[in-house]
Design a protein around this ligand. Structure first.
Ligand SMILES: [Mn+2]
Length: 354
């Protein structure tokens, strides 16, 4: 059935009126927020916060350690008031679970708080929580590369990154990373199942064996199969399929991974972006100048009746663009809409080759 592929506006931190109006004008059906700056405190009261966005309320004395149900509910209702659906929130602040990632002393407390955050999301009607397992996050070795017309992109060169000192002052090898991951997912997934919240795993970007002494286990098909099919199989456990990161493994690996997990119904949403090159050296790119054949990707999704969401990701920085990159996002989102529209129309009309 055509039309199940939904396109959303992504990478939104502050769901302010301008951003939501812009999303509505692009004609997307929803949004995915990334690490919204929530206070973690319930916005009790009926009047004082009306018309005041949640992030402009006086902040708490200390940074939050988990998210609050009522604050999340207000956030969803605010987005819906613009005619948009809140498809997912990706990434709680990393300090919510950093000891889960590294096996630190506050792990048990952070596991309890993470479960509380999942309960709050479920109660607030937010269906998907994206997460990643990068204790030392996303790495690039330059943010000053230029692509066509001088648009700004980032790049990665493993020869440069391999010189990095230890992020945590010690090695965290693969066996240890898997053990921390297993403890985490086995604790939080039952709560997600009970609350009807889908957890969506983002790959390790860049997908290399280790950086700063920390092993990266979500860097190939085998790692994702181990997580989703062996350690923690569940209808509530899926992927945030980052097309860019997967393409950094090589385009054939990306297409094989997409085919496998889309057919299995295991992709919650897709970071729709492109790259040139792959590990050990790559740089980001506009959708239509990267190595990935984006038409082939949409055809694969349409042929598999993909029921999920696409968002842009890491768009090139265009001339006079804003911090949120309205210009780059408008281009990427319009491109995605055109691709989906055309491929679905060609399929419905039965045009040869569609
Ligand atoms: Mn991504």
């Amino acid at each position: 059935m055509p039309g199940r592929i939904r396109i959303a506006a992504g990478s939104i931190r502050e769901a302010d009126d301008e951003t939501l109006t812009f999303a509505a004008q692009l004609g997307v059906s929803g949004v995915i927020l990334n690490t919204p700056p929530l206070t973690g405190e319930a916005p009790y009261g009926s009047m004082q916060s009306l018309g005041t966005a949640y992030w402009r309320r006086p902040g708490p004395a200390s940074p939050p350690v988990k998210w609050d149900f009522l604050e999340l509910l207000h956030l969803r209702k605010r987005i819906e008031s613009h005619g948009l659906r809140l498809e997912a929130i990706e990434n709680v602040p990393i300090h919510f679970y950093e000891d889960c990632l590294t096996g630190g002393p506050r792990r048990d407390e952070q596991l309890r708080n993470y479960c509380d955050t999942i309960r709050a999301l479920g109660a607030a009607g937010i269906p998907v929580l994206g997460y990643h397992w990068m204790a030392n996050r996303v790495w690039r070795t330059s943010k000053d590369e230029r692509t066509r017309g001088g648009a700004g992109v980032s790049s990665f060169d493993l020869d440069l990154a391999a010189r990095a000192p230890l992020t945590f002052g010690r090695e965290i090898d693969e066996v240890e990373v898997w053990s921390h991951y297993t403890r985490f997912i086995e604790t939080v997934l039952p709560v997600a199942e009970a609350e009807g919240v889908t957890l969506a795993l983002h790959p390790d970007d860049p997908p290399v064996p280790s950086l700063g002494g920390v092993a990266r286990v979500f860097r190939d098909l085998a790692g994702f199969r181990r997580a989703l099919e062996i350690i923690a199989p569940s209808p509530r456990h899926k992927l945030d399929f980052c097309m860019g990161t997967w393409a950094e493994m090589g385009v054939e690996t990306m297409m094989a991974g997409l085919r496998h997990f889309v057919a299995a119904g295991k992709v919650a949403y897709i970071h729709f972006r492109n790259v040139q090159g792959c590990v050990p050296r790559f740089r980001e790119a506009f959708l239509d100048e990267g190595d990935v054949d984006v038409v082939a990707v949409i055809r694969l999704l349409v042929e598999n009746d993909f029921d999920g969401v696409l968002i842009d990701d890491h768009v090139p920085h265009m001339v006079n663009d804003t911090v949120w990159m309205h210009r780059g996002r408008a281009y990427a989102t319009g491109y995605m809409k055109g691709l989906v529209h055309a491929v679905e129309a060609l399929r419905t009309s039965g045009t040869p080759g569609a």
